[in-house]
Design a protein around this ligand. Structure first.
Ligand SMILES: NC(=O)c1ccc[n+]([C@@H]2O[C@H](COP(=O)([O-])OP(=O)(O)OC[C@H]3O[C@@H](n4cnc5c(N)ncnc54)[C@H](O)[C@@H]3O)[C@@H](O)[C@H]2O)c1
Length: 255
């Protein structure tokens, strides 16, 4: 491709690690042109392995998001697919011990960052009458858990997925969410190493194991591909059956 030829890109925020990296690799293997936006410079190496582009971005800064969307649009490139995966997790603390700073950080990155990236990149999708957004939510959006900032922020991601899907559907833009269960990524691994999560308990679901990042990526690929052309506004759990298994405790647990 010549330098001046415009490209149609799939942009993955948080693509420098874990689920985002797996999404970048899976979508690349399916023929998408990849762009990674992350505050971790490791994304540059992954992007170059995938013959893609890397953009340094902090999704908690709306001015950075605006500047990136404008720069991409001015370069003639088009983000036809956006995967909102940048996110941070939290310790399972009682609210009395959870600092407001942590709460604000999580809301600013996981919730506001997802919303504002969607808005900034949807502008061009709306102009062109086509686009696809997948938000990475979480199973914790759908159950009560001791993650008093993270779970409500992810519930907001599920809700905004529905609202934006209805808002932009007539413009040819689909918006869906994937809710991973416990997925062994660098983020979860460091929580396990810090004693904040217990592997045995994380494997308590119908299938009796954790999710692989690649399994989440395959669900994301389904939602951005033509196989799901009539699907918008859904939230697809990829959780090894954590959501269906939890209530079995009352009856003595899974058999
Ligand atoms: N791992 C799990 O069990 C699990 C379960 C459900 C949902 N999720 C969600 O999946 C997403 C990815 O998580 P992961 O486990 O792969 O974590 P990870 O830490 O391996 O990857 C997260 C990526 O997001 C980037 N990021 C963080 N803050 C950012 C910011 N302000 N701006 C730009 N980039 C930023 C990080 O640099 C990193 O590359 C998150 O939204 C997380 O909430 C993870």
């Amino acid at each position: 491709m010549s330098k001046n030829e415009s490209q149609e890109l799939c942009l993955i925020t948080g693509g420098a690690s874990g689920i985002g990296e797996a999404c970048a690799r899976e979508l690349f293997s399916r023929g998408y042109e990849i762009a990674i936006a992350d505050k971790n410079p490791k994304g540059e190496k992954i992007a170059s392995e995938l013959s893609g582009k890397f953009f340094p971005l902090d999704v908690s800064e709306s001015t950075e998001i605006d500047a990136l969307a404008e720069a991409i649009s001015n370069s003639g490139n088009f983000i036809h697919t956006l995967i909102n995966c940048a996110g941070i997790i939290q310790q399972p603390l009682p609210p009395e011990e959870l600092s407001l700073k942590t709460w604000d950080d999580i809301v600013r990155i996981d919730q506001r960052g997802t919303y504002y990236c969607s808005v900034a990149f949807a502008r061009e999708m709306i102009k062109r009458g086509r686009g696809n957004i997948v938000n990475i939510a979480s199973i914790t959006a759908m159950r009560s858990v001791p993650l008093h900032a993270y779970a409500p922020a992810k519930a907001a991601v599920v809700s905004m997925t529905e609202c934006l899907a209805a808002e932009w559907g007539r413009h040819g833009v689909r918006v869906n969410a994937v809710s991973p269960g416990h997925t062994l990524t660098p983020a979860l691994q460091s929580a396990i190493s810090a004693g904040e999560r217990d592997i045995k308990l994380l494997e308590e679901n119908a299938l009796g194991r954790m999710v692989n990042p690649e399994e989440v990526a395959k669900a994301v690929a389904f939602l951005v591909g033509d196989e799901s052309s009539a699907i918008t506004g859904v939230n697809l759990p990829v959780d090894c059956g954590w959501l269906v298994a939890g209530s079995w405790h009352t009856y003595g647990g899974l058999r």
